[in-house]
Design a protein around this ligand. Structure first.
Ligand SMILES: [Zn+2]
Length: 481
């Protein structure tokens, strides 16, 4: 599931702008690319706000029709950070602020004064918090089809919002390779993890969305086999498929494995309905084997879910992360009861340390008026339950035009969490579910020297999260945008 926003910066407008410039400057992308973007734009206009078909459209079209873009590889820059002393800061420890002096030594936070020279930074009694993180977006996974400066703009938009870590749960592997090689995972950029192609069924999501996009654009529809060969997804119908395709899956060096469940309570029955072709998910009975296989390779597993039964199946299978809350979109013929998480399932999810990535703000894109009120009632009920049982929750937007800021503000508006809860979800849980091995998400001795200095206390006024005065990432200042 992905979404685009209405009435805000349209991702396709963003593409078009990039492409127009490309045409003016006769860039290497050439006119063919521009025309494809126009097609993408037309499809979007026809559809209005739809699921992430635009993204997949753009991705799919360009995968199949453009010669692969080869970016020049910059010689790797060496980043030797200066040492700093930060005085007069109020440092958030996850619960409250402490007035202390921290140093950044070789990009790591410490309270021990280093030998040798360092630069003093006066934080003017302002509020220091860990950076924000976007735990679900596909934008950088397809940004590779844009001009180089458009990719940089997307990265700068994240940095400007104070979002330093991004998780991409679904992207063609070749994009990850290019982005890793030139654009991300360096101190002056965002740090990103990629799932690459998702694991789904032969009639599962995102096959339908991808093929429909071609149909709507009036372009020859690639076969499921073609799309799978390009690593847009991997079809897993049996344990034998899992074994035989595992090497190919691993060859793209995924940072984690993304799997799809969609109303798995009706798995067999849904397959008989031809109109659901391409919009189903994995056999839930295969999920535990996938989890075992991934864990044996040291990879965590994220699972897309729609219904409360999917949520329960994912928890039982022992996945590490659940993407979406049940009921962000009510499928036709379903009602609230299909989307309410059961208390014993929430308890088990908490016990297993499973992280739930919210993506709640997509609801207003798909439901209006009374229908939206119902969806939001379910969102509140589920979030309250997860909170009550202490389930870990991370902020992810699944919205191409968001950076996770809008998602955080929407969560605030649901009035389930206090500002401290929200900061924990956004700064700590989100960062840790993206990079569980790194010392990030807290401002502590030995953690990475990455933080935001806010010109106001977000515990008393949450809007202060937009008032970022200073940013440091891995011991280097991020220049104001
Ligand atoms: Zn998504």
């Amino acid at each position: 599931m992905c979404a685009k926003a209405v009435g805000r910066i349209s991702p396709t407008a963003f593409f078009i702008r990039g492409r127009s410039e490309a045409r003016c400057h006769e860039s290497s992308f050439g006119h063919a690319a521009f025309d494809l973007e126009v097609i993408a734009y037309k499809v979007q206009v026809m559809n209005g706000p739809t699921r992430c078909s635009q993204i997949f459209l753009t991705a799919a079209l360009l995968i199949s029709l453009l010669a692969p873009l080869v970016f020049s590889q910059n010689a790797s820059t060496s980043y030797q950070p200066k040492n700093y002393e930060f005085v007069n800061g109020q440092w958030f420890d996850g619960t409250r602020y402490r007035s202390e002096t921290f140093y950044s030594v070789d990009g790591i936070l410490t309270k021990r004064k280093p030998r040798g020279s360092f630069e003093r930074v006066d934080l003017a009694n302002e509020f220091v918090i860990p950076p924000f993180a976007e735990a679900h977006n596909h934008n950088l996974g397809s940004a590779i089809y844009l001009r180089r400066d458009s990719i940089q703009q997307m990265i700068q938009r994240y940095l400007a919002a104070g979002v330093f870590y991004v998780k991409i749960p679904g992207n063609p592997a070749e994009n990850a390779a290019i982005l890793r090689g030139e654009f991300v995972n360096r101190p002056d950029s965002v740090d990103v993890t990629f799932a690459n192609g998702v694991l789904t069924s032969k009639d599962g999501h995102p096959i339908g969305m991808t093929q429909d996009s071609f149909k709507q654009a009036g372009i020859a529809v690639p076969s499921v086999e073609d799309l799978e060969a390009r690593g847009v997804f991997f079809i897993i119908e049996s344990e034998a498929d899992l074994r035989s395709k595992w090497e190919k899956i691993m060859s793209g060096k995924p940072d984690f494995i993304k799997t799809i469940l969609r109303h798995s309570e009706n798995f067999a029955q849904r397959r008989t309905a031809s109109e659901r072709f391409g919009y189903n998910g994995l056999d839930p009975q295969l999920l535990p084997s996938i989890v075992r296989q991934a864990h044996a390779a040291g990879l965590r597993v994220s699972t897309h879910i729609d219904s409360a039964a999917d949520f329960a199946a994912a928890v039982r299978a022992g996945v590490d992360e659940i993407n979406h809350l049940p009921g962000a979109i009510f499928e036709k013929g379903t009602s609230e009861a299909d989307y309410l998480i059961k208390p014993d399932v929430a308890r088990l999810a908490a016990k297993k340390g499973i992280v739930v990535v919210t993506t709640t703000n997509i609801a207003p894109l798909f439901a209006k008026g009374e229908a939206l009120t119902k969806v939001q009632a379910v969102q509140r009920q589920n979030l309250r339950l997860l909170k009550k049982y202490g389930v870990r929750m991370a902020v992810g937007s699944d919205n191409y035009t968001d950076t996770s800021l809008e998602e955080a503000l929407y969560l605030k508006s649901l009035d389930v969490f206090d500002n401290r809860d929200l900061l924990k979800m956004w700064c700590t849980e989100s960062a840790q579910t993206i990079f569980p091995e790194r010392k990030i998400g807290y401002l502590r001795e030995g953690f990475e020297a990455s933080f935001l200095v806010l010109g106001g206390d977000p515990l008393t006024n949450f809007d202060s999260v937009k008032n970022i005065k200073v940013k440091f990432k891995q011991g280097r200042p991020i220049p104001p945008s």
